[in-house]
Design a protein around this ligand. Structure first.
Ligand code: ADP
Ligand code: 2DT
Ligand code: MG
Length: 215
């Protein structure tokens, strides 16, 4: 039988651009810390590493990178953080992560390029640590548009965002909690806190080892 060990929870936020991921992640981490839960906010891409700097340069259109190659860079950016991520979880730290491999698959598959279908997009992330829960903040492109204009980054266009949303919906699995992101910031946060508390408690009991994508 697998050894039982208390650990931190691995919680991922996904959703459309401007659905409120960054706002809610930040609030959830502060709440968990105030409750005495060791918790850290992470995000992907992690733009601070050498690979992350290449990704940042691509997203801000300072460089062009082949679509397949940049997809592999986004995945490599997760693999380079794998050891630290697992160490933190096993030390008991809960990680609240702003985007993960689901964004990786959704954004590249949404390009609709020959050869880069969903199966191809999923392959490089296979075997990465799987989150204990994915909080999907669900908002239409029209609702998101009411929150103000896009920034300057690549991918921030209505038509493309619609295709990304279709890809996300096609990937919804059993660990996903879909939250109506059109509610007030506080109402959403309340629901997330309840869901997160259950996930954190389950991981603290030590009965669920960290899984692997895409098993
Ligand atoms: P994301 O990280 O998903 O792109 P942000 O958290 O950066 O989204 O939020 C995008 C914008 O929408 C910000 O200006 C934020 O203040 C606003 N916002 C976030 N959540 C809500 C909400 N529930 N209702 C209205 N505006 C929101
Ligand atoms: P933000 O920093 O605003 O979240 O934007 N992306 C992200 C990918 O194309 N592939 C990935 O693997 C990940 C994690 C989504 C980051 C942008 O990068 C896109 C929007
Ligand atoms: Mg954000």
């Amino acid at each position: 039988m697998a050894q039982q060990q208390a650990r931190g929870a691995f919680i991922v936020f996904e959703g459309a651009d401007r659905a409120g991921k960054s706002t809610q992640c930040q609030m959830l981490v502060e709440h968990l810390q105030a409750q005495g839960v060791a918790a850290e906010l992470w995000r992907f891409p992690d733009r601070t590493t050498p690979i992350g700097k290449m990704i940042n340069s691509y997203l801000t259109s300072q460089s062009d990178i082949d679509d397949a190659a940049v997809h592999l860079l986004f995945s490599a950016n997760r693999w380079e953080k794998r050891e630290e991520l697992l160490r933190k979880l096993h030390e008991g730290t809960t990680l609240v992560v702003d985007r993960y491999a689901y964004s990786g698959v959704a954004f590249t598959a949404a390009k609709g390029l020959p050869g880069l279908d969903r199966a191809w997009c999923m392959a490089p992330d296979a075997g990465l640590p799987a989150p204990d829960a994915v909080f999907f903040l669900c908002l239409t492109v029209e609702q998101a548009a009411a929150r103000g204009g896009y920034g300057e980054e690549r991918y921030e266009k209505d038509e493309f965002q619609r295709k990304v949303l279709d890809q996300f919906h096609a990937m919804r699995g059993s660990s996903w909690r879909v939250v109506d992101a059109s509610q007030s910031i506080d109402a959403i946060q309340q629901q997330l806190r309840e869901q997160a508390a259950a996930v954190v408690a389950r991981c603290q009991r030590g009965t669920s080892p960290v899984g692997k994508l895409w098993e």
